[in-house]
Structures are given as C-alpha cells and as structure tokens.
Design a protein around this ligand. Structure first.
Ligand code: FMN
Length: 278
C-alpha cells in the first residue's frame, strides 16, 4: 500500500490478522468475485507472530500512519500470547482483536458469546501495558449490542463493525460449493447497508452513551458510503474490498468526505457522527 498511496493521508492501516503460529490458510479456491462484492475463505493465512515480527514489523515505523495490529486465535492463550507480544512494542499502539472471522473452525466462539468474549477481553487487557484494545465484531452476531457492551465494559477503546458475513457460493452446473471450504465471508457493497444498520444499532445502544468510537467497515467504495457510516454513528471508516479494485480509492473517499462535510456546513467530520439519530 505504501508504494501506491501516501499513507500519511489515511488515519491508520490495519494489517492481516496475526496468529500465534504461521498459517497457510485454506486450500484454493478461497476467493471469488460475486455480484456487488467478493467472497473469501482465506482462513487467516499469515506468517505467525515470529514471521510478522521479523518480516513485516520492521516497516511499521516508516508507514507514515499508525498501524493497527489485528490478532486472531483459537483460545484465550493464543490471543494473549500474540497481543501481549505486539502490545509491548513502541510502534504498535492499537491491537484489534478479530473475534469474528468466519473462516476458521472455532474463530467465532468469542464473537458470538458475551460471556466468552468477556473472559477473553479481561485476559488480553490485563497484559496490554502500552497498547489499547479494539474489538472487531461480525454483522450476524446473535446480539451485537450485547457483545459491544461487553467490549466497552472490558476496556475496548473502539469497536470495528463489521467483519464479513458468512455465506455460501454455489456453482450452478455442479451444485458444489465454489469455495473449497464450502462457504466464506461476503464483503463489498453487498454487505454495506447491513453494516450501516449494525453501526447505527450499536451507536444508539452502546457507543453514544459510553463515548466509544466506532470504525465503520463494510462495502465502502465511495465517499457517500463512508458518509452513511458517519451519519449512522461511526467516528472512522475502513476499507477492505475496495482496495482490491483500486488501492488508491481511500484517497478519493477522503477527498469526497471533505467536500461532503463542507457541504453540510460543518468544519469537522466528527460533527456529523451519529447525526442520523438526531
Ligand atoms: C480477502 C480478505 C481477507 C480478509 N482478512 C481479514 C483478516 O485477516 N482479519 C480481519 O479481521 N478481517 C479480514 N477481512 C475482513 C475485512 O477486514 C472487512 O471486515 C470486510 O471485508 C468488510 O469490509 P469491506 O467490504 O470493505 O471489505 C478480510 C476480507 C477480505 C476480503
């Protein structure tokens, strides 16, 4: 990304989720385009904590923007191990806990169950000395407001809403799943309005009263998509799938947001956070 856009223009860069051990991820086919989006079952392929620390981490300082380290795991021990190792680095101030990846056999447990999430966050938070904790939830969690409330009670400095939406992709000729894994996570414009709904709900029920920032994420391709997230209650906006189509698209979105903020008679985007609810 740093080779194609000036990262000092963006708020932060979130990396691929890092696990304790290296992961090859799922077998192909593990990514496919669908109308209005894409579907992936990458399965958290990543070099693991040691690989990340030796290969990627040395470049964090020269990115030009803060780096949000995403952490995933199968157990509390896994999360604590990785988060505590990354959280004591001086160049990582934000740890995002991915408790909502649909592409591992057990990755969703913490993101579905408020009690399990509480235990996880309590354990991770107690080991974080320098870094703050962000919690990333799924759009289809049984009670996303309850999970968000637990995250805030356990010290999350922000919430990321949302991860991908678990879905199948079926090949009509064979009747078989297109993705080798069987199903994957849907992303892109097709999930946008759903993610906006989740942001609005969590803002109303949890984030507004607690003053917790929400990073709205899901299908942002244009500035108007980002504006919807802001109006629904997001303080910041993320982009994932759009980067596959055009890695420079964040700069266009930022410019469009500036114009939109001015057109609303505001001097800062924060004046419009949650404006839909008033
Ligand atoms: C190919 C691909 C890989 C992803 N890998 C991760 C990951 O490692 N950790 C994570 O928290 N989310 C991951 N996501 C989910 C995105 O961060 C984002 O939550 C989701 O795609 C919705 O945003 P978008 O529509 O802008 O892509 C991935 C998404 C895609 C498309």
């Amino acid at each position: 990304m740093a080779e194609v856009i000036d990262l000092s223009q963006v708020g932060a860069l979130t990396g691929k989720s890092i696990t304790r051990e290296p992961r090859d991820g799922n077998a192909p086919c593990r990514i496919v385009g669908v109308p209005s989006g894409m579907m992936n079952a990458i399965g958290l392929a990543n070099p693991g904590l040691v690989g990340f620390t030796t290969i990627h981490a040395p470049r964090i300082g020269s990115l030009g923007c803060p780096y949000i380290a995403s952490v995933a795991g199968h157990s509390i021990d896994d999360y604590v191990f990785v988060a505590s190792a990354l959280g004591c680095r001086s160049d990582i101030g934000l740890i995002e806990l991915n408790v909502s990846c649909p592409n591992t056999s057990t990755g969703r447990n913490f993101g579905d169950d408020p009690a399990a999430l509480r235990s996880l966050l309590r354990a991770v938070r107690s080991t974080l000395t320098n870094a703050s904790m962000i919690v990333k939830l799924a759009p289809n969690a049984p009670d996303v407001s309850a999970l968000a409330a637990v995250a805030v009670e356990e010290g999350a400095c922000a919430l990321t809403l949302c991860n991908t939406l678990p879905s199948p992709a079926i090949h009509p000729a064979s009747g078989l799943p297109i993705l080798a894994q069987g199903s994957g996570g849907l992303s892109g414009p097709v999930v946008h309005e759903l993610a906006v709904r989740v942001v609005g709900e969590v803002y109303r029920t949890v984030a507004k009263s607690s003053g917790t920032p929400i990073i709205g994420l899901g299908g942002v391709m244009r500035a108007s998509d980002a504006a919807e997230f802001i109006l629904a209650g997001a303080t910041a906006v993320g982009m994932g799938t759009a980067l596959f189509a055009d890695p420079r698209s964040p700069l266009r979105v930022i410019e469009g947001l500036r114009k939109w903020v001015a057109s609303q008679g505001c001097s800062h985007v924060s004046e419009l956070t949650g404006a839909m609810h008033t």
